[in-house]
Design a protein around this ligand. Sequence first.
Ligand code: V55
Ligand code: FE
Length: 481
Amino acid sequence: MTTNFPDTFDFSGVNAPMRVECDIYDLIVEGNLPKEIHGTWYRTIPDPQYPPMLGHDTYLSGDGMISAFQFENGHVDFKMKYIMTDRLKADRKARRGLFGLYRNPYTDDPSVRGINRCVNNTTPIFHGGRLLALKEDGLAMEVHPQTLETIGIWNYRSKLKSQTMTAHTRLDPDNGELCFFGYEAGGLATRDVSYCVADKKGQLVSEEWFQVPYVSMMHDFAVTKEHVIFPVFPTTADLDRLKAGGAHWIWEPNKDTFIGIMPRDGHVNQMHWFRRPASSAYHFMNAYTESKYVHLDFGVGKVNPFPFIQEASHIHPTPEDMMGGSVVRWTFDMSKPGEKFEEYPLAPGGDFPRIATKDHMSDYSVGYYERFDPTAGPPLTAGPVGAGFNTLSRLEVKSGNLKSWHSDKPVTIQEEVHIPSKTPGHEGYLALVADLHEKQLSDMLLFEAEHVDKGPIATIKLPLRLRNQVHGNWVTAEELL
Ligand code: V55
Ligand code: FE
């Protein structure tokens, strides 16, 4: 290969492609790694095999790489492997990139017309005994949980009609049900959205379709014990623009935000649509129903944060626009007709919200997230948005109390994962991969979730740099049996 990767933030510094598959037995551990931690932390990373055909691209297009930190008895082993998608196979055969713009097949090399473009690079989930690598523009890819070998596309034994499956599914911890959806379900830039439920064995038990007010990048949704919540923010797509070789997404701040809420034991035709002016968000911390109220907690922003979407929209947000977000609670009164709802501020803005699995969909007291604190150091380039987070926070959602940690070195942090403890009353652990910008290496840091402010209790050293994961999930050893 003679071509270099472009000299843009998506492909340089700690974002430089690694393209390394590896298997490391017994990583070096400094500090106290509790022996009770037994299970695997799966992570998915975009890591482009080849430089972009068009000379530029977004981080989000990178070929899916899946990795696993396997914890047992105070030891951690590590594995990382490419997900062998049809797209990666086609590129490898040609020994160059053949795919054009992010989610625009009209810009591809004619030789790959009709080939599945999904890179499965966003979220690994384990459900119904299967490890699945997800990305919102296509179907799930099944991966072997021990070897990380690619098995093949998982479409619920051809039962799933939706052409897409979100990377953000919602697991009900009490009955093991997996709720998910797919947007652009009927094809490129369609307003069709599927809402699906798989039972704890991984059988698809329902799929219903509805239409959203406009085609929107619906990255995540939320589910409570009684309701399902579909947020529609104005990052929009248009088929004519795609056919003309343009960007899939632009930010349209003159369009409103819509929130559709339906009863979980009901049907999509019972959707109640709420509405407010434009806003942007990618991830929801949690949601729950309290009598007639539905509460939705998350970090809301003023503008789409992705530079490649801002560029396509010809907008130049100020630092204030970019930093202007906060963690909020949106409360919807389901007993009243109409489009209005309330917003309550909770905490400073950020993203990568996580909570203990046992708390999903229910009234809860603690959430974790990451943010950029300018007093903790200058911005450093890392990850798909350009600026990496430097601060890990634990939020008590009832009081707004915040405990935080940041490194004293030039370090950015990747998404944290929550690991439950078996000790009653123990809040569990948080683990994250930190990018050590000076050394161009990565460490895994492990925290006591209740005491993040005290800093890591263990550092697990890696002999290489790990590219920024998008998302990860913890799977207990019992689940993997
Ligand atoms: C996101 C990530 C994606 C994507 C769309 O974090 C949205 C948001 C890694 O791919 O395709
Ligand atoms: Fe996400």
